[in-house]
Design a protein around this ligand. Structure first.
Ligand code: G3P
Length: 197
């Protein structure tokens, strides 16, 4: 069906828009792929371009995830296979953007936006764990890891079967994307939130 196909292409192409890279460039911080962790996400924008730029990146990366998941829910329903595929594709777009030779971010903000719009309680619970862990440990990657590990289970109790499927794919993917962070955390070398690069 054309609607499904257009929706799925849009999910990937919007997910692939690297807001962090563009915002950091606009603020004069240069190419963030060459600075800090080299990641294009909000954490590295905060590290290299400051608080406002970091907050704007977080908001826009979340928004693109929320917009596409919300559109999926609206057009096809929260439990549709098409919505699962759209949720995955906006996340995949962020992690493997065609505009950047498929070298993108780690998907945390985008996935959070996806679950907030798809199954709000799951999104809220994940966001609360994320914020609490960030406050407690002051390490962004650790907060993301701790927030997303329980997500499939949280989706089982507070979401719907489609979101459990989505979570079961997105959570391991986020962990894999953080493999370098995990090694740094183990070695005690992961920078704290707000530490300048
Ligand atoms: O969302 C990415 C964050 O969890 C870690 O970012 O720049 O510290 O690798 P970064």
């Amino acid at each position: 069906q054309p609607t499904e196909i257009i929706y799925l292409f849009s999910a990937y192409l919007l997910g692939a828009v690297p807001f962090g890279l563009v915002i950091a460039k606009l603020t004069g911080a240069g190419d963030i792929r060459q600075r800090g962790s080299g990641n294009i996400g909000a954490t590295n924008v905060l590290r290299t371009a400051g608080k406002k730029a970091g907050a704007a990146t977080l908001a826009l990366d979340m928004l693109k995830g929320a917009a596409m998941a919300g559109l999926g829910v609206w057009l096809f329903g929260a439990e549709s296979v098409v919505t699962i595929a759209g949720a995955l594709l906006v996340f995949v777009g962020h992690c493997y953007p065609i505009y950047l030779r498929f070298r993108g971010g780690k998907g945390v903000a985008t996935a959070l936006g996806v679950f907030l719009a798809w199954t709000p309680w799951v999104g809220v619970i994940t966001a609360v764990i994320w914020l609490a862990s960030a406050k407690l440990f002051r390490i962004s990657s650790l907060a993301a890891i701790l927030a997303f590990i329980p997500l499939p289970l949280v989706a089982h109790f507070f979401g719907n079967p489609a979101a459990v499927v989505g979570g079961a794919m997105i959570t391991p993917w986020i962990l894999w994307k953080h493999r370098a962070n995990i090694i740094r955390i183990i070695h005690g070398e992961e920078p704290r939130i707000g530490q300048k690069a």
